[in-house]
Design a protein around this ligand. Structure first.
Ligand code: CTP
Length: 286
């Protein structure tokens, strides 16, 4: 097996030629250890820092770990991640600030521990950093639900971390809307399907489903309500009032509730570390 841990300036990393070459390496079965984000030698800030050596060693150790150290070997997992884009016309959409990072980290951790993972992702700039992940890219909530249906049937573990848009435009213009001809207008929205609730309604016993709740107030109450409504086994609450938690950033601070309402709180950590906690928690659910 060959692992590549690229490090370079952010423009160079983002360049289509670099991305294309990384895809070629992946297609040969090589493993890409994605660079981390932060300040670069050029003083620009972004993606391009070589992943921390400790983390590289950890990835290699997990890869070469004996099967006995991979508790999810033989298990199937489904993860949703990222935002959804709801089209207004060919060039505009309604979306949200989700980066998808939390969901990708969870998918990667599940794969590291031996699960075969299907990751259904809304539009993001991310690539899974470990092998064993089948990535399905979608755009809208409706597409995301359709992509989840088949993998959900035999998923032992489902983690719903996508920030699904609750509404989509009732009509999508076939051609670009023009300000001159359109003038002021009202936008009519229609509700999107609730992916978690739709899948949850057909859940078999033994299937584990975990969702997320991102709340600005009454966090615990709302998290418990959503867990029940969507028939989840546990729910991960990120509170937007905590600095460093939630959308966009690289860190998160979560509390996980089980169906009895028992809370487990974790300190502020990197999303990779939070993903480990979440996956350990899921394994603990049995
Ligand atoms: N979710 C989903 N499909 C939707 C909306 C939400 O699968 N259409 C999932 C999310 O992935 C998350 C959980 O449900 O795991 C809670 O999402 P959230 O947006 O907090 O909940 P909503 O039910 O949309 O409630 P709110 O009115 O607070 O947006």
């Amino acid at each position: 097996p060959v692992f590549v841990a690229p490090a370079m300036d952010l423009d160079m990393f983002r360049h289509p030629s670099t991305q294309g070459n990384l895809d070629i390496l992946r297609s040969y079965g090589n493993h890409i250890i994605e660079p981390a984000e932060g300040e670069l030698a050029s003083h620009l800030v972004g993606k391009g820092r070589m992943e921390e050596p400790e983390r590289i060693v950890e990835i290699l150790e997990t890869f070469f770990a004996q099967d006995s150290e991979k508790p999810l070997l033989g298990k199937k997992a489904l993860v949703t991640a990222g935002p959804t884009y709801e089209k207004l016309d060919p060039v505009r959409f309604i979306g949200n600030y989700s980066s998808g990072r939390m969901g990708y980290c969870v998918a990667e951790r599940l794969a590291e521990l031996g699960a075969s993972v299907t990751l259904v992702s809304g539009p993001t700039s991310l690539e899974p950093a470990v092998g064993g992940i089948d990535l399905i890219r979608v755009e809208s909530a409706v597409e995301m639900l359709e992509a989840c249906r088949a993998p959900f049937l035999d998923a032992d573990i489902t983690v719903l971390s996508a920030a699904v848009a609750d509404y989509r435009p009732m009509e999508q213009a076939e051609t670009k809307m023009k300000r001159e001809t359109k003038g002021d207008f009202d936008l009519r929205l229609t509700a999107n399907p609730d992916i978690a609730a739709t899948l949850g309604a057909t859940k078999r016993s033994g299937q584990r489903m975990i969702g997320f709740a991102l709340e600005t107030d009454r966090g615990e109450e709302e998290a418990m309500r959503k867990m029940k409504a969507k028939q989840l086994d546990a729910i991960v609450l990120n509170s937007l009032s905590d600095k460093g938690a939630g959308f966009g950033g690289t860190t998160n601070k979560v509390t996980i509730f089980d169906s009895q309402g028992r809370a487990t709180s974790y300190p502020l950590k990197s999303k990779k570390e939070v993903a480990k906690d979440i996956v350990d928690y899921i394994i603990g659910l049995g």
